[in-house]
Design a binder for this molecule. Structure first.
Ligand code: HEM
Length: 362
């Protein structure tokens, strides 16, 4: 165990001065008085703000501030030596672990706490978990094991959704190419089954696990454009799916009646399925690309949060370097491009629905 000094180069983290932050936001950010921050004793808990960079394959993919508890061990010449009590998680390039010794000063102390009375001797309390019982908004992130599990689940369900829509398209194509009515009827019945028992549950599960991944990590739900756009596109895709499913059920019920003579109606309705599933799969692939590439760009809310938790405030680009796709007036160009295409698609769908062209209306 070696003492860690607040230095980002090489260690992936640095300590934030709470005095600077207090000066910027005196109404919303409270800190203990200078006297209190300068007179900590061994065994006292000090909450420090760690500015952490998360790297993957050498590239910085996230940057944010975690509040973590350090238990004071000793004091010398106005500086403290403490032991990190919280779990910072793991990330490429991050050299910080529970139990590490941290050197800090009164200017880094955001809050002070003492061990509960039941703890025997304060001077022997060096690494305990008493401070972690206290929930903290900024450190409400999943631990690394849980995050890996949640991410695996999220990817399986979301990418499974894309696979299920491809299977649906295969059935639509087989029905379109069929000569007689047997394959046509069978395809409609199978499409309804895949729709209700696979595509709908996977869509809802993808949305739910996406929310968990956003709220349970430093990405947040409203901080980065790529998360916000993924959320909106997924909600729209799920809403269109749920609205369209009864049409599929109707034609599946027609197909199930073997002596029904209305085969041409079943065949005509396939164009609507091709359009819905085809556009749907493109939208889902776009969401997947957004989630994997995580293009740069923070929302106004994300920038405000970043500046609240850092001193001095950083620019968007500084906050999280990533693939640069250009920005106009603070809104990244890729957000504008996705937005224009989404509006175009919505108009196309509206026109097709209103004119009844190829939508398999009944
Ligand atoms: C069709 C829907 C979706 C697909 C195909 C999808 C796919 C993926 C994939 C493949 C990853 C892993 C990327 C990587 O780490 O390299 C991922 C991560 C992530 N997704 Fe999704 N996703 C979908 C919907 C959503 C939604 C709706 C949200 C938010 C509300 C969301 C939020 C996230 C977040 C925050 C991560 C990063 C997690 C982390 O790095 O810990 N996803 N997604």
């Amino acid at each position: 165990m070696s003492a860690r000094f607040p230095k980002k180069d090489g260690h992936g983290w640095t300590l934030v001065s709470v005095e600077g932050r207090y000066a910027d936001h005196p109404d919303t950010f409270e800190i203990p008085s200078q006297d209190e921050r300068s007179s900590l004793l061994p065994g006292d808990g000090a909450k420090l703000l760690f500015d952490i960079e998360t790297r993957e394959n050498g590239r910085v993919i996230d940057r944010g501030v975690d509040r973590m508890w350090v238990i004071v061990r000793s004091r010398r010449e106005g500086r403290y030596l403490g032991v990190l009590d919280s779990d910072p998680g793991t990330a490429d390039g991050l050299v910080l672990h529970t139990g590490d010794e941290i050197v800090f000063g009164p200017e880094h102390v955001a809050a002070i706490d003492r061990p509960p009375a039941s703890t025997s001797s304060r001077s022997t309390v060096l690494t305990s978990s008493w401070s972690e019982e206290q929930p903290d908004e900024e450190s409400m992130t999943m631990n690394p094991g849980l995050r890996k599990f949640a991410l695996t689940t999220h990817i399986a369900l979301s990418v499974g959704w894309i696979g299920a829509v491809f299977a649906y398209l295969v059935l639509v194509a087989a029905a379109m190419r069929s000569q007689g009515d047997q394959v046509l009827r069978a395809a409609w019945i199978a499409m309804e089954l895949i729709g209700w028992y696979l595509i709908v549950p996977l869509a809802l599960a993808s949305l739910l696990t996406g929310l968990v991944m956003s709220l349970g990590t430093r990405w947040g739900l409203f901080r980065h454009y790529w998360v916000l756009v993924s959320l909106l596109l997924t909600i729209v895709a799920t809403a269109v799916l749920l609205r369209h499913m009864p049409t599929g059920s109707f034609f599946a019920s027609v197909a199930a009646v073997t002596d029904s003579v209305n085969v041409s109606e079943l065949r005509d309705a396939l164009r609507g399925e091709l359009l819905h599933a085809g556009v749907g799969v493109l939208v889902l692939l776009a969401i997947q690309a957004l989630n994997v590439y995580k293009p740069q760009g923070m929302t106004a809310y994300g920038r405000q949060r970043a500046s609240q938790f850092t001193s001095p405030p950083r620019s968007t680009d500084d906050a999280r370097p990533g693939p640069s796709l250009g920005a106009i007036n603070g809104t990244p160009r890729w957000v504008q491009v996705v937005g224009i295409h989404a509006i175009g698609l919505a108009l196309l769908f509206a026109v097709l629905h209103l004119t009844g062209l190829g939508m398999g209306s009944h």
